[in-house]
Design a protein around this ligand. Structure first.
Ligand SMILES: C/C(=C\CNc1ncnc2c1ncn2[C@@H]1O[C@H](COP(=O)(O)O)[C@@H](O)[C@H]1O)CO
Length: 203
């Protein structure tokens, strides 16, 4: 049993298919015997996933900054609610409690969370696996742009190796449960010389 951290939309203006997906993910997390940690809100993707996970028997933990308590009503019945002083402390608390991360369709808040955890994984700051549920091509444009960043040398090819992109909740959770937790090692600049001399698959 692990604790899965979920990131996803807080918006009430999105297509309901994303809410259906969130419910399926919440149920799958519970069915597989995992705990669930997230941003503590009661709306949209995040709220639907929490409610489904809790109803299906998971222990659910919400982590919310004090300032958001005014605009966001955490769900009644949530297993544990952690109130933090600010957004940074909130993300740190979620990260620490998580053994793995799953990202659903979302906006700027979700992207910020995705990039923070992804970058940290690619520079060896943690070894926790990350899966993105790219339902309905929500992240297609982002992926195309990132492929171009890799092609032009702004990002290393290995950034793709540490993320599972899928439309299937069970495939995402299989990955989170089975992915090797090997730390990405950054070669020291002395040992390898100039970055531009590295073989492409080592960058
Ligand atoms: C501004 C309003 C509500 C915001 N409510 C939130 N409650 C809890 N967590 C939130 C909230 N907004 C953002 N988050 C975190 O970011 C992700 C969602 O952001 P997105 O921009 O919608 O993608 C989510 O994972 C949370 O951790 C009033 O309506």
């Amino acid at each position: 049993m692990s604790t899965i951290c979920l990131y996803g939309s807080a918006s009430g203006a999105i297509d309901p298919t994303h809410i259906d997906l969130a419910r399926r993910v919440g149920e799958a997390i519970a069915r597989r015997g995992h705990d669930f940690v997230y941003g503590g809100g009661g709306t949209s993707v995040m709220g639907a996933a929490e409610a489904a996970a809790r109803t299906a028997g998971a222990r659910t933990i919400g982590v919310i900054p004090r300032a958001l308590l005014d605009v966001e009503q955490p769900p009644e019945g949530i297993s544990e609610l952690v109130v933090t002083d600010d957004m940074r402390q909130r993300k740190a608390e979620m990260d620490e409690r998580a053994d793995a991360f799953i990202v659903l369709p979302g906006g700027l808040g979700t992207l910020e969370e995705l990039f923070e955890i992804w970058v940290a994984r690619t520079i060896g700051l943690h070894t926790k696996p990350l899966a993105v549920l790219d339902s309905g091509g929500h992240y297609a444009g982002l992926r195309t742009w990132l492929e171009d960043l890799v092609a032009r040398g702004f990002a290393r090819p290995l950034v793709w190796d540490v993320v599972c992109w899928t439309e299937d909740p069970d495939e995402a959770l299989d990955f989170l449960e089975q992915a090797p937790r090997e730390r990405v090692m950054l070669p020291s600049s002395e040992a390898v010389g100039k970055f531009s001399d590295w073989p492409r698959d080592r960058r």
